[in-house]
Design a protein around this ligand. Structure first.
Ligand code: DO4
Ligand code: MG
Length: 285
């Protein structure tokens, strides 16, 4: 089952349950006006199944505008969780190579703050590349949706937009390389009722188009992530509280070749087999 946030024709934000490829069930008449109480539910799949038996209004996708599937959750990101990411970072910077090498095998994962919910870019809106960066890439990542108890209650697609030249120059510049205007996209929906084992069989694919031509494609599998979801969530929640829950990006396993940088108007499409498609154009910010 897939949950989404959407704006209706009156520009009101509602919560929906995606019924099929073309229809959304509007949960507002069932008294559900926010995601958070649902995500805190002890048995979300059962609650959603019960909702499907109600006679709720059905809306066509063409009648709605999807919003990012976050309300007040902070968005965090794990890094260097795939071997491919470790190798790419070590090549990118002599200065930081040892740090990336060590964190890949360390007990404590790399976890960094990525975005406030209100700054998250939804599917269909532009993601940003920094004006002062020369080497910008998308990072297609599975994102864990966590409730306030640190439990994985769903999954969405994340794009951890990054400035590799800034990150490579000095590790202390990581927050500037990772967290800037329009640097985090999430969407299009939250897939619920899926075990970690099932999610690990999903494929992550990315395609970048420039002037209607494909300039990069890449693919990995969620199963290539070195750490378990529970391990990542447990570290995020250590000595920290998230009363609204949190979203945690799980790292990238797809890295374009070193000569590749994103340009304005490129179209980035990320597909995760169990979730759907997150597509955004690129704007310089
Ligand atoms: O420290 C670098 C960031 C790594 C990252 O974002 C990733 O591996 O996805
Ligand atoms: Mg990343």
């Amino acid at each position: 089952m897939k949950l989404c946030r959407f704006k209706n024709l009156h520009k009101e934000i509602h919560i929906g349950l995606i019924a099929d490829d073309s229809t959304i069930l509007d949960l507002a008449p069932a008294g559900i006006t926010n995601l958070q109480p649902l995500l805190e539910s002890e048995d979300l799949p059962a609650q959603l199944s019960a909702l499907t038996t109600q006679n709720l209004p059905r809306l066509a996708f063409s009648e709605v505008q999807l919003c990012a599937p976050v309300e007040q959750q902070e968005v965090w990101a794990a890094g260097v969780t795939y071997l491919r990411s470790k190798k790419a970072r070590m090549e990118e910077s002599d200065f930081s190579a040892t740090a990336y090498d060590r964190v890949y095998v360390a007990e404590r994962p790399e976890i960094f703050f990525k975005s406030l919910a209100e700054k998250v870019v939804p599917a269909g809106e532009p993601v940003g590349i920094r004006k002062d960066a020369r080497w910008s890439v998308p990072e297609p990542e599975l994102a864990l949706v966590l409730n306030s108890r640190g439990q994985v209650v769903g999954y969405t697609i994340g794009n951890d937009m990054s400035s590799r030249d800034i990150e490579g120059e000095n590790l202390l510049y990581l927050p500037q390389a990772k967290t800037y205007h329009r640097s985090c996209a999430l969407g299009p929906c939250i897939k619920v009722g899926v075990t970690e084992a099932e999610a690990r069989s999903w494929k992550i694919q990315i395609q970048i188009q420039r002037n209607a031509e494909t300039v990069f494609t890449g693919e990995t599998s969620v199963g290539q992530i070195k750490r378990t979801f529970e391990e990542l969530a447990t570290f995020l929640f250590r000595s920290q509280t998230f009363p609204h829950g949190a979203v945690l990006l799980t790292g990238t396993g797809v890295v374009p070749p070193d000569h590749f940088t994103l340009e304005e108007n490129d179209v980035v499409q990320i597909d995760i087999s169990g979730i759907g498609t997150l597509q955004n154009t690129v704007v310089r910010v």
